[in-house]
Design a binder for this molecule. Sequence first.
Ligand code: ADP
Ligand code: TPW
Ligand code: MG
Length: 579
Amino acid sequence: MSAVAQVIDVNAAAETEQELTDGFHLVIDALKLNGIETIYGVPGIPITDLGRMAQAEGIRVISFRHEQNAGNAAAIAGFLTKKPGICLTVSAPGFLNGLTALANATTNCFPMILISGSSEREIVDLQQGDYEEMDQLAIAKPLCKAAFRVLHAADIGIGVARAIRAAVSGRPGGVYLDLPAKLFSQVMDADAGAKSLVKVIDAAPEQIPSKAALDRALDVLKSAKKPLIILGKGAAYAQADEEIRSFIETTGIPFLPMSMAKGLLPDTHPQSAGAARSTVLKDSDVVLLIGARLNWLLSHGKGKTWGDAPKKFIQIDIEPKEMDSNVEIVAPLVGDIGSVVAALNAGVSSGWQAPPASWINEIKARKEVNIGKMSQRLLKNSTPMDFHSALGALKQVIKERPDAILVNEGANTLDLARGVIDMYEPRKRLDVGTWGVMGIGMGYAIGAAVETGKPVLAVEGDSAFGFSGMEVETICRYELPVTIVIFNNNGIYRGLDTDPTGRDPGTTVFVKDSRYDKMMEAFGGAGYHVTTPDELKKAVDEAMNSGKPALINAVIDPAAGSESGNIGSLNPQSIVKKK
Ligand code: ADP
Ligand code: TPW
Ligand code: MG
């Protein structure tokens, strides 16, 4: 062989031996490098193989029946773990189905990343009608914290890193990552590919306010005669449980948990003002907000709910723009809750004066009256059950199983369960959040079961359940320890509406006496049909002891609920009466 021929031969061998990687593998490697263990999604062009390969590479891939539920699972994974939950969808319609969950995550300050495959850029941008054509990046942008598109395999590492950092740093939220179909089969040298990956260092850096800001806050708090601490879901998210408990117990200040902050300290804690909510909002003089916004859920910090007495607000939040958003914040503490509360703890460690006894006693007296009234209603054994008698049974369930995760949605089913069921541990109550959105139920239940391995009890209005009900198949397929209780009152709020013309069913009612338990049975799970509190308690216990998927259809008096639960006053009223 000539020398020249020999050289060519060697080069050819080197070329075939050169290791290659491609877009598929780089996306998976980038996620794995950053500790992502689970992907929630729905397969299809162009991401079917991405899901398959991710599964083969050891990532857990949970396939749903609808992207919104996969997105909700990812969002709640973010809330529970402080790592972004990943939702993977196909282009246009799949992307849009996931987008509601992304927007909801952003609104609730949960970190998640929606990764969607997309169509040919050249065709999309010329609007030539590609398969599932849509300018997804442009549509996602206003609905999330950040949106990125990766066009070159060599940029996948950077793209994934930016998405992760954007989701969890500062105020957490949703991020969109657009991956065009062509990217997945782009090939590059494996070594260069590996070098292009980025491990995100210190994704959510500690942020500590100045000494001046801390002193200012402590001075205001010290001046209070009737102090109150409000804990929001940001406080639950922060996982600063011990610091928060220590601050509250050292200062002796009463606390009021927002819905998803319940359990940060037990609802049965002597300092809990949960059962005296209206009194403490009205009568307090200094309010310390920890990871709670003064939005509609707190009547924007003003008006009748807050009474006439002058009030001073101190606020701990990672987002500077949150300060003064609704009322003046006299002592802003911009920083991460863990660091800020630790710094406050250092400031109150010696010689802190407990709040005046008159304030503590006022709250105690109000609590006793309200708890007394409530316990009467919980014990009622009426047939059909009303919400309270059914909830009496579930209150007992959570008392006996404080580590179970409670998912809750509906109107009456939500508002009454929130008030009745005491929570004992942090991040165990997951619900409709800032938007009051229906449809989070099964997604949150699946996400919570997958991320924590804990039993999940989903307490669902019959309407609320319908928004994500098909995922009972997913729950059965992955054999998740999820027990669903449907409060079946034949409809939305109540089951009694009629069409005044007599033509159709009323707008808020469903098929009477439906048997949701049969849906679960269709996929191999256990179904129960119960009509009394005792039967309900027994069925839930049996289901939760089994650790297997179960659905309990709990018959509730269709006349028991009120329009929109606790927020009926938000309904606009018509003043024109048609004959
Ligand atoms: P809730 O609905 O329970 O009242 P919100 O969702 O209104 O709670 O408020 C949560 C707040 O917590 C948001 O303003 C968010 O910026 C803030 N937050 C989230 N995580 C942290 C954190 N680690 N440190 C400080 N603030 C945080
Ligand atoms: C995405 C409006 C608020 S509550 C609710 C609806 C439809 C259902 C209430 O009926 P349910 O509960 O669940 O049976 P109960 O116990 O009172 O009978 N679409 C979305 N979100 C919301 N919030 C609505 C509609 C709504
Ligand atoms: Mg209902």
